[in-house]
Write a protein that binds this ligand. Structure first.
Ligand code: DON
Length: 574
């Protein structure tokens, strides 16, 4: 009953050959088994792991709505995709209900009460390398479980326990590893062993992990059972919370029992804007994603990029110059709105943006500062995960959730079964000193007790005539915002079909470091030469973002596009 995406890594060798022969260039297209409707209209899930996408569909087939499915998918990702899916992290959601209302849910981590602005500096005032990235001191107070409880309280239809059960079963019975997951667990083995006194279940002692191996996580199953039974209190109070806080303390971290008890996810108003007649609803601060996306779209709107083409020199140069200015604003002005004044209205004011973009020249890049390779983000892989869900009643939800780095702090408190985030690195440890994404910050994003660290996550819903048209978002740290931007432009301006819009090669600029990141093959040799002549520095990266998107046609038909070229993403619809 599901439209599925073929994953080459999941197919056995003879099937790989067969699939390659049969599907050829169509490999990235949605594959509908013969008995499935060609155009799903009941429900669609596009998520970072096939098992999670399937669970989301099963929940809707059992009578759940898109929000029930979102809760089940979040918990399933914590089991099947532990590098980014999580109990020990946080995230953001933007949703649209069947009554036409929109809302934004902030389940971002917070800084522990004992944190302070200079906690990652040594006595000479220098940033201590990796202190905000590895181990217990990097951990912010997790938000995902409270976020899901709040989402369910307000919008859920099925019982809470029904939404936890598939993840519990997956943890107990085991999840079959994709090639990517197996490779990743092997790659992080040393880090797991160095940063934990008790090896997490992802460490294998007999031989390396291989695709097709089964990973069982009984301790994680027990944590999920506690949450199934007691709701948020099964995580933030009682036995699991005590174990967690004691373990973090023992490992030198600051998150306490009190911090866990005090954690609250927050409902917020999405930031809204329009672009060429479409309405955009996205994540407000403490994510920079929505504000930056709306600034970018407003700044692009006067230009005929549809005539220029998606990867034309003029388009890339324009996007780069606009992104340079928007990311500079991000660094100066954005932070947790509950602790600092974030001038959202001013940043989105059309007159301000017009003046801000006025000095863009078509003939030269603005600033030719020499940027050395030392400023590039580290090669460490970075994972977050985004899922998009829509149902037939008109509900839709875009959720981006993360541990920050892959496996977060890599710390797993013994007996808990899940990794803890290293989201503290998203604060500005010291003004002007870049974090792992090369992003710099200022006072607005300085560490303070209880404060939420600035994010780039951009869960977004685009409406056409008041109805959801696109549901999308992406991982990718600082590149999240520009990945979402490019998919929107590909669809609205460049008229690409959804899957093509997701597959298309991406480019990115974030003010500092001053260089264009481009996926291999994104720029033709001529375009690259012309951009260099304009003064741009170009750095190639294998992959930027992983956009999981849904398009909803006016007749209610649901199309899912998973970013299958860049990750184990899958769409499933019925
Ligand atoms: O909130 C943020 O912007 C980051 N913590 C997201 C991290 C991320 O996307 C990692 N990678 N793919």
């Amino acid at each position: 009953m599901r439209g599925r995406i073929f994953h080459i890594g999941q197919l056995r060798p003879p099937l790989i050959i067969l699939a390659t022969l049969l599907l050829g260039a169509c490999l990235q297209q949605t594959y509908h088994p013969p008995h499935a409707p060609a155009a799903p209209r009941h429900g669609m899930v596009v998520a970072g792991h096939p098992a999670a996408a399937d669970i989301g569909v099963q929940i809707m087939q059992a009578g759940g709505n898109a929000f029930d499915a979102a809760v089940a998918v979040q918990f399933a990702l914590a089991v099947a995709y532990p590098g980014a899916g999580n109990l020990g992290g946080g995230g953001f959601a933007v949703l649209h209900t069947d009554t036409g209302a929109t809302a934004a849910l902030d389940f971002r981590e917070t800084a522990p009460a004992k944190s302070h602005r200079d906690m990652y500096l040594d006595s000479a005032g220098a940033v201590i390398p990796r202190a905000s990235l590895d181990g217990a001191l990097a951990v912010g107070v997790p938000g995902s479980v409270d976020g899901m409880a709040r989402l369910h309280d307000r919008y859920g239809k099925l019982p809470w326990s029904r939404l936890l059960q598939p993840a519990i079963d997956l943890a107990r019975n085991g999840v079959e590893l994709t090639a990517r997951e197996a490779h990743k667990y092997n790659r992080y083995r040393e880090a797991f062993l160095t940063l934990n006194t008790t090896p997490p279940p992802l460490v294998r002692f007999d031989r390396p992990w291989q695709a097709g191996d089964t990973l069982k996580q009984p301790e994680l199953a027990r944590a999920l059972e506690s949450i199934r039974k007691l709701g948020r209190n099964g995580f933030y109070r009682g036995e699991l919370a005590d174990r967690l806080a004691a373990g973090i303390r023992r490992a030198g971290g600051l998150v306490s029992e009190q911090d866990l008890q005090n954690y609250r996810a927050v409902w917020r108003q999405p930031v809204n804007g329009s672009y060429r007649g479409y309405q955009i609803h996205s994540m407000p601060p403490p994510s920079s994603g929505g504000v930056a996306l709306l600034q970018l779209l407003q700044a692009v709107e006067p230009y005929p990029i549809a005539d220029w083409g998606s990867h034309d020199t003029r388009t890339i140069h324009l996007l780069t110059e606009i992104e340079r200015r928007v990311y500079a604003d991000r660094a100066a002005y954005l932070g947790d709105p509950d602790q600092v004044d974030v001038p959202v209205k001013k940043l989105l004011d059309p007159d301000y943006l017009k003046q801000r973009m006025a000095d863009i020249s078509p003939d030269a890049k603005t600033d030719s500062d020499d940027i050395g390779p030392g400023q590039l983000p580290p090669a460490e892989s970075l994972e977050t995960t985004h899922f998009s869900i829509a149902d037939s009643a008109g509900n839709a939800i875009a959720v981006t959730t993360t541990l920050n780095s892959t496996f977060g702090s890599k710390l797993m408190v013994p007996g808990t079964g899940f990794f803890l985030n290293n989201e503290m690195d998203d604060f500005s440890s010291k003004p002007g000193v870049p974090n792992q994404f090369g992003l710099v910050g200022s006072e607005a994003n300085a560490i303070a007790p209880g404060k939420r660290m600035l994010s780039s996550m951009t869960p977004t819903i685009v409406e056409k005539e008041g109805k959801p048209f696109l549901v999308l978002g992406s991982p990718g740290g600082s590149t999240i915002i520009t990945s979402v931007l490019q998919v929107i432009l590909n669809i609205i301006d460049h008229r690409m079909p959804l899957q093509e819009a997701v597959n298309a090669k991406r480019v990115h600029h974030q003010w500092l470091p001053d260089r264009i990141l481009a996926e291999s093959g994104a720029l033709s040799p001529e375009t690259e030469l012309t951009l260099k002549a304009l003064g741009h520095v170009i750095v190639t990266r294998k992959s930027i973002g992983q956009v999981n998107a849904i398009e909803i046609a006016p007749d209610g038909t649901l199309s899912g596009a998973a970013d299958v070229q860049r990750g184990d993403n899958q769409s499933a619809g019925f």
